[in-house]
Design a protein around this ligand. Structure first.
Ligand SMILES: Cc1ncc(COP(=O)(O)O)c(C=O)c1O
Length: 353
């Protein structure tokens, strides 16, 4: 006998893609993770959870301390911040709270995959606006799409997987031109990019900014992030969330990470330096490699792509093949690693070409 079917939308949806490589022991350069690890202060804070026979781990985590720290650092009241279990949860809550099945969502294409899967499984009409051939954000076309008065408009800035960014002034203009639309700006790579929509003052009431501790702060495995939005938007998100999705270790680690701004700055400088050396080394091999405003580079491999991907895999290196993304045929997305990791990558590619 068959089990009861899910909602028709879910039955028709594609499963969320989780890379299925055998990852154990591999050099993982496919998910834009911080290859250096978090601040030593995070490690100290996490080990303190083992004091008192680890009793803190028996308790549910509360958000006050992290909210206060974020509020102090960003100069934003706590009512305008929501802590989430990764940016993915924040994105999911925004869709749950703001779109109905007859609403339109405007999405640039390609962009971070969670937005598309959320839009699909929540039944929204999806209007995709293709990135330009040179991978720049399609500003004019995106503004034109606002004529449909969409419920939500998504901007990932800088974007994954193109690595390109659109100006903050332009996002402000968009918010002003579309006051009925919730403009969601995903700033997962903001620390590398250095420009944020949170600098817009006063902040548009229709802007929701998604941030994460998964990238520059090096806490992807702990799952902690936040959304900044108007207090009424945050209050709506509170209605669809579960109360304890963010674990106690994640909250403790995020506080310690925020308190070590020197570590963060040093990490960003290191990634920029390694990105230029890596791109230069690859270009020296005659490979078309381009830096981005994030912690990954794009390698335009063209027809050589299958050969390079399998050569890298056979040498224990996983990269992200973006060929299924519009405009990225033959493109590999590769996380910038530590010097030893980058050297391993360059040597493997040298052998392959
Ligand atoms: C643009 C973007 N947003 C969100 C995420 C997911 O972040 P989190 O680990 O906080 O769920 C990623 C991860 O790669 C990303 O690239």
């Amino acid at each position: 006998m068959k089990p009861p079917p899910p909602r028709p939308l879910i039955a028709a949806a594609r499963p969320v893609e989780i890379p299925d490589h055998h990852r154990e022991g591999m050099l993982r350069l496919d998910m834009n993770e911080n290859q250096w690890g978090p601040s030593p202060r995070v490690l100290t804070a996490l080990s303190s959870l083992l004091d008192d026979d680890g009793r803190t781990l028996s308790l549910y985590g509360f958000h006050e301390q992290l909210l206060d720290l974020l509020s102090e650092q960003l100069h934003i009241p706590t009512e305008e911040i929501l802590i989430t279990a990764g940016a993915d949860e924040g994105i999911s809550l925004l869709f749950d709270a703001f779109r109905d099945s007859d609403d339109t969502v405007v999405l640039p294409d390609p962009t971070f995959v969670t937005f598309l899967s959320e839009a699909e499984t929540t039944g929204a009409t999806i209007q995709r606006v293709p990135y330009r051939e040179d991978l720049q954000f399609p500003r004019q076309e995106f503004l034109e799409a606002m004529a449909a008065r969409p419920r939500m408009a998504i901007i990932v800035n800088p974007n994954n997987p193109t690595g390109t960014a659109v100006g903050i002034d332009w996002i402000e203009e968009l918010c002003n031109k579309a006051p009925d639309t919730l403009v969601v700006c995903d700033e997962a790579y903001v620390e590398y990019h250095g420009e944020t929509t949170l600098s817009i003052r006063p902040r548009p009431t229709n802007l929701a900014v998604v941030r994460t501790f998964s990238k520059a702060y090096g806490l992807a495995g702990l799952r902690v992030a936040f959304v900044v939005a108007h207090a009424e938007v945050v209050a709506s998100l509170q209605k669809v969330r579960t109360p304890f999705s963010v674990s106690t270790p994640a909250l403790v680690a995020a506080c310690a990470a925020l308190e070590d701004s020197d570590f963060l700055q040093a990490h960003v400088l290191m990634v920029r330096k390694e990105m230029s050396s890596l791109v230069e080394a690859l270009q020296g091999l005659g490979i078309d490699a381009k830096p981005t405003r994030t912690n990954f580079i794009l390698l335009h491999a063209g027809h050589d792509k299958p050969k390079l991907v399998s050569a890298l895999a056979s040498q224990g290196i996983i990269v992200s093949d973006r060929s299924h993304d519009a405009g990225l045929e033959g493109v590999l997305r590769i996380t910038v690693g530590r010097p030893d990791q980058n050297e391993r990558l360059v040597n493997a590619l040298k052998r392959a070409v």
